[in-house]
Design a protein around this ligand. Structure first.
Ligand code: SF4
Length: 225
């Protein structure tokens, strides 16, 4: 019987294989002098994802929520999974949590069209349950290709599912929130998910502190340790 591996081991393996066979250029993720035309690349990736049936969420979704925003964005926000409104509209972060994210962006002097927003999982889990490890594994290659195409300067991991998937960590959000990590040479800043903030508004201040670190990074190119 084959040895069962953990989700983190599996995700790590997908990344290593993608790097080894050059099917993804993740180890080359750095901004080239001449930017390729990312729009058709991302659109082609989106069209493939829209017909994906790699996991059972394809049976219950209304729409695949690929992601939305500026393909040339410096900042890539990655959340957990689409909710009800996102599933209906086929767009990420369009419910109450999305409105809160918009408010945060506005306070930072940014608009949605300045950033790119995606999720770890592209189809809504029924009743908004947490994505299962098998679903994360199935969807991970879509995310890797998205990251490789966008090549953001920084990824903001919204919530513990996004953070633990990207960072392969079991650490709690309170341990990693507001600190810089790395994913294929791209800085990753985990912070609380807006849906969590709707339930715990007292923590909005912490997210605002994290966003100040994000802005400082964009200005200086330097991460804190
Ligand atoms: S969640 Fe991801 S892997 Fe599963 S069907 Fe949707 S796009 Fe495909």
């Amino acid at each position: 019987m084959p040895k069962k591996i953990s989700l983190n081991e599996f995700l790590q393996r997908i990344e290593e294989e993608a790097k080894a066979d050059h099917s993804l250029g993740l180890h080359y993720v750095r901004r080239p002098q001449v930017m390729p035309d990312k729009r058709p690349l991302l659109e082609s990736l989106k069209q493939k994802t829209l017909t994906c049936r790699l996991c059972d969420l394809s049976k219950t979704r209304t729409n695949v929520v690929f992601g939305d925003g500026n393909p040339y964005a410096d900042i890539l926000f990655i959340g957990e999974a689409p909710g009800y409104n996102e599933d209906v509209q086929g767009l990420p972060f369009v419910g109450d949590a999305g409105k809160l994210l918009d408010k945060n962006l506005e306070a930072m002097g940014l608009k949605r069209s300045d950033v790119y927003i995606a999720n770890i999982i592209k189809c809504r889990p029924p009743n908004n349950r947490a994505p299962l490890p098998d679903e994360i594994m199935a969807c991970y290659p879509h995310l890797l290709r998205q990251i490789e195409t966008i090549q953001p300067k920084i990824i903001v991991a919204l919530g513990h599912i996004a953070a633990k998937t990207l960072l392969k960590t079991k650490a709690s959000m309170s341990e990693i929130r507001g600190k810089f990590f790395s994913f294929s040479n791209i800085p990753v800043l985990p912070t609380f998910h807006p849906a969590y903030l709707l339930r715990n508004p007292a923590d909005k201040k912490k997210v605002w502190e994290d966003m100040q670190k994000l802005l400082a990074f964009l200005k200086t190119g330097k991460t804190e340790t």
